[in-house]
Design a protein around this ligand. Structure first.
Ligand code: GLP
Length: 255
């Protein structure tokens, strides 16, 4: 695992955007796994800037998002589908229909999850999977406990997560949907590369647990340690406890 620690959040966002851009420019058509949340907004902003500057072409890119709230149609301003339109899809030249987000308003949610898994497989599997981390240690919406071989499915959201994500819902955790669709931990682990990005002091404890605690289905993010091609990008605040516990970034640029 390559662990990069930057001084500022902006440097972390830039490093992450550079890795994603490299994947997009790579020789193979890129199948990106994308994520949502505040952390990703700044990363998408940089990618859009590169696109606007004419240095990044999304025409050969296909993407699959990690998750979506149950009950919100894609037009709902709080849906992740809407988030992706607002922060990325509507600003870049990715052909319509190539940016996939699970449909949380589907009538048959289990069928939608199976369809999503099949669509990822049919596209050739995930290349680079971008990940944030929730305060419960979730990746995607894989709340504890989530089996490491879990697939795309319906999950109940933890109260901690509903509180953490309430900003988009008028700061009212009760308005955050109780359920979501999420790629499973097993689905995520099949991506060819994983890129986890975390910034800010509120992530410091869970980052330390993810990188250093026992590998356990009680903390989904510990599963990334089972993958052999992982980059973790942290700012100094998110890395604080992990460093206090005696760990050092192992990427050459940090040594
Ligand atoms: C949501 C998403 C996660 C993401 C998390 C982090 O819960 N489902 O995939 O990792 O938010 O959010 P933030 O970047 O806002 O801290």
């Amino acid at each position: 695992m390559k662990i990069i620690v930057t001084d500022t959040p902006d440097q972390a966002f830039q490093r992450a955007a550079d890795m994603i851009a490299e994947e997009i420019r790579g020789p193979q058509a890129s199948i990106l796994g994308l994520a949502t949340g505040r952390t990703m907004e700044s990363i998408y902003r940089i990618l859009v800037q590169q696109h606007d500057a004419g240095t990044l072409d999304f025409s050969g890119t296909t993407s699959f998002n990690l998750d979506e709230y149950v009950g919100l149609p894609p037009t709902d301003p709080n849906s992740y589908s809407h988030y992706m339109q607002e922060h990325l899809f509507s600003h870049v030249n990715m052909p319509a229909g190539q940016g996939h987000v699970p449909d949380g308003s589907a009538e048959d949610l289990d069928a939608e999850c199976a369809r999503y898994e099949a669509a990822i497989r049919a596209a050739g599997g995930l290349g680079l999977q971008l990940l944030g981390i929730g305060e419960t240690g979730h990746i995607g919406f894989n709340e504890p406990p989530s089996a490491f071989d879990s697939r795309t499915r319906v999950v109940h959201l933890d109260d901690v997560t509903r509180r953490q994500n309430s900003g988009m819902f008028g700061d009212d955790p009760e308005r955050v949907p109780e359920r979501a669709l999420t790629m499973g931990v097993g689905t995520i682990l099949e991506a060819r590369h994983l890129l986890l990005v975390a910034v800010g002091d509120n992530k410091a404890a869970i980052v330390d647990e993810a990188l250093n605690g026992p590998i356990s289905e009680a903390v989904s993010a510990t599963a990334i340690r089972l993958h052999d091609d992982v980059t973790v990008i942290l700012d100094a605040a998110a890395a604080r406890i992990w460093r206090q516990n005696g760990h050092l970034p192992n990427s050459p640029e940090n040594l």
